[in-house]
Design a protein around this ligand. Structure first.
Ligand SMILES: CC(C)(COP(=O)(O)OP(=O)(O)OC[C@H]1O[C@@H](n2cnc3c(N)ncnc32)[C@H](O)[C@@H]1OP(=O)(O)O)[C@@H](O)C(=O)NCCC(=O)NCCS
Length: 189
């Protein structure tokens, strides 16, 4: 019975996301993956990526959310990345690029803009400026991580649980905290 219920839910989630999406991604996602693609921009997806994990927290509470808001926005995801539940990736203009073989924990947010200006008189407008986010290969992004505009993350880096990343992360480096700072460097094993 549980198997059947799970199967029905998985398929309905995927179906609902496909119907609600406004962008058709270039490339393929797995048939049963629940990912909503919104906006007017472009999304490119490689092969072998998996979105959503069961059993893992929040599997039943929604889908992955990928937004490429304006026409000039691009979200590009390479190959063989694993995304746990509650992923959100939002590009306003410009791009968010993810390489290959990365692991993403639960509740990860990646944004390439502040979306609203800081100036009080303009706060309810949109910013119209974005800074590209680039994530390399074989990066491990833990649970509850936020990656903010303009950040480049080097190959093999690790972002610790709960980190909020405002600055670039060098390759083979672990960062932690809010704002995220270097915890360990030169990890090669
Ligand atoms: C970054 C990480 C790998 C570090 O592991 P570790 O090297 O074994 O670290 P330890 O647990 O030995 O802790 C070492 C120090 O870092 C601190 N620390 C550990 N994790 C931290 C975190 N996420 N944020 C801030 N500080 C952290 C510890 O308090 C300790 O500080 P101290 O030296 O001042 O006492 C680990 O904390 C982590 O974030 N793992 C990812 C878990 C996760 O979300 N997995 C995804 C599941 S899908």
């Amino acid at each position: 019975m549980q198997k059947l219920l799970f199967c029905v839910l998985r398929r309905s989630k995927a179906w609902f996301c496909r119907k609600m999406s406004t962008i058709k991604p270039e490339g393929k996602i797995r048939r049963n993956d629940a990912v909503m693609f919104l906006g007017k921009g472009r999304v490119r997806i490689g092969i072998g990526n998996a979105f959503g994990l069961y059993p893992s927290p929040n599997y039943f509470n929604g889908s992955a959310y990928i937004e490429a808001w304006y026409e000039d926005a691009l979200v590009q995801i390479g190959n063989n990345n694993y995304f746990n539940n509650k992923l959100s990736i939002c590009a306003e203009h410009g791009c968010i690029i993810i390489g290959d073989d990365c692991l993403f924990g639960e509740n990860v947010s990646i944004i390439n803009s502040d979306f609203h200006p800081i100036r009080i008189s303009e706060r309810h407008k949109t910013t119209q400026k974005s800074k590209d986010v680039i994530i390399g290969n074989n990066v491990f992004i833990s649970n509850n991580v936020s990656i903010c505009k303009g950040v480049h993350v080097g190959n093999n880096a690790v972002i610790a649980n709960g980190a909020v990343v405002f600055d670039d992360v060098k390759e083979n480096t672990i960062v932690r905290g809010n704002p995220a700072v270097v915890y360990k460097e030169k990890i090669y094993e």
